[in-house]
Ligand binder design. Sequence first.
Ligand SMILES: Cc1cc2nc3c(=O)[nH]c(=O)nc-3n(C[C@H](O)[C@H](O)[C@H](O)COP(=O)(O)O)c2cc1C
Length: 205
Amino acid sequence: MTKKLISATDSPGAVGRLVWSLLAEGAERARSPWHTAVLSTVSDGLPQLRTVVLRRVIGQRRLLMCHTDRRSPKAGQIGASAALAWLFYDPVHKLQLRVSGQGRVLDDYDPLTSEQWHRSRVGSRRCYLAPLAPGTPCDVPESGLPRAPLTGSLTREQSEAGRVNFAVVACEASTMDVLQLGAHGHLRLRLQWTAAGSEAGWVAP
Ligand SMILES: Cc1cc2nc3c(=O)[nH]c(=O)nc-3n(C[C@H](O)[C@H](O)[C@H](O)COP(=O)(O)O)c2cc1C
């Protein structure tokens, strides 16, 4: 039997707080089902989806962040259209979360970019050393990783060369749609933040 995280006796405010704490846990804990998400950008009017790792959540600022290669197509797409959407699903608790908001690729000199780079593990930095930008056509199958001498274990010092390609995508959430599946009926809550304030209410699933 599924252990539900949200029940009909919860207040909308309590659900909102729970969701932000689950997101924070998703960013911190690799085993959390919300550690990875599907992130959607818009390109030429079409949605573009991909899996990303949720790297940091700042609840007070409603910020969700992931890391990416500054040269990647998604970075360009976010520059052209700030509209972002995230999709999370916890299959154990049967809890779906959809988030949408305005995103930005943080500047190289933004303090959060430096903080996230310093927090990142050497192993995760390897991809930022790739000489080819993500999506570059290749004549042969290509891992994109650097040739020797960086093929073995990478030192922290060597990994610093990847900083130039490293970027943080930060999204300020403006809506959330929470869906708790249940054998005896689903529950769905919508949260919204505008300049006028925040709203939260149950909607039909
Ligand atoms: C489990 C998983 C986690 C991933 N995490 C990231 C990530 O955090 N950042 C990222 O840029 N790409 C990540 N990727 C790769 C993206 O899904 C995508 O293939 C790549 O970033 C190119 O996307 P783009 O062409 O839209 O820029 C991940 C892929 C998988 C399968």
